[in-house]
Design a protein around this ligand. Sequence first.
Ligand code: AMP
Length: 412
Amino acid sequence: MSFESFKLHPQILSNIHGLGYETPTPIQNQSIPPILLGQDVMGLAQTGTGKTAAFALPIIQRLIPGKRSCVRALIIAPTRELAQQIHDAITELCQGTGLRSMTLYGGVNINPQIKTLRTGVEIVVACPGRLLDVIQQKAIQLDKVESLVLDEADQMFDMGFLPSIRKILRFLPKKRQTLLFSATMPPAINELAHEVLDQPITVEIGRVAPSSTVQQTLFPVPQHLKAELLIKILNKTPIESVLVFTRTKHGAKQVALKLEKAGFRAASLQGNLSQNKRLAAMAGFRDGSLQILVATDIASRGIDVSSISHVINYDMPSTVEAYIHRIGRTGRASKLGDAFTLTTQDDMQLVRKVERVLGNKIDQCKLDDFNYAAAPTASSRVPSPNEFRDQQRRSRYNSRDNSRNNKTVRES
Ligand code: AMP
């Protein structure tokens, strides 16, 4: 199929070609026709499959002829990064159509967002919390919404956003098109899908199998040598841009500092950073001034850099789905990518599960010139997530200012 076969507006086609997209991806082929017809769609697709354009293109096509200066499409996403990225993609895809998109997310001043809303926009890309704030301030009218997109619904559920989504739904017209995208289908999302979708068309793309363009390798290593092995691997590997995953925010910060010390252009992306620092880290990674970004799962959601050459799991994630999400960050849009995972003895049970889902064993690699028997040194250690939790607990008990130390910081 070609993009021409969807009979999209010439301006949209010109924008698609301007972005260098030649042929639609499988999810675009399957989703664009029903969305153009106004049908509800449930898309089971992992990130990196082209799902943003799969919903954005037909929505833009449907918005071009209608009324302007009122919110007609609402896209809800779990994290600021993802919301920003969807908005950026939409802005490129609707160039020259006169349609306007904006983002609503927390961590930045609400007033400029309300001001932009007043100028009249047709597309709003929002995170649930800030959208509810804006609704409560009566600064947004949602009664003209024709299309609602719930993107990365499983992640919204993991982050505890489903009650907010249900509240938001009360402000939307009953008669509307709803599109729900999720990489996995936990029971809560299945239930939500039944509630919000009307006779949906189900589109399922590569739900469990990661893209075939990703080469996966395991690097078994004792916990205390992970940082050293990571540096060794990075020194041996021709890298373009590398996304390193840690389980905790603290781990992300520590690993990034160690990489910087070892001479790499690295930074961390985690929920404790200010919004400006997060945006700077993302921009640096995108423009290549940073080679390595070290992130937690939640902070990494939505990072869309198509040239990520390597995903490295510094810590094994806690579920098979998270593993597949993570490695889906490389090998995007047909580019080749590598996914390396540093594994300790404790991770082997989950590794077996991943292998069962993938249907094959993952290659293991041991470096000849690395001393796997080395004793821990003070500088080589980044505490494991469990050790880090214990340390935190101890420091909380020891601290006089308990109230400050007990404060938890939300990731997104
Ligand atoms: P997504 O799954 O929406 O995050 O998209 C992943 C990447 O694929 C993004 O960098 C898109 O710009 C890119 N992309 C989307 N559709 C196409 C296409 N038809 N051809 C080539 N690249 C695409």
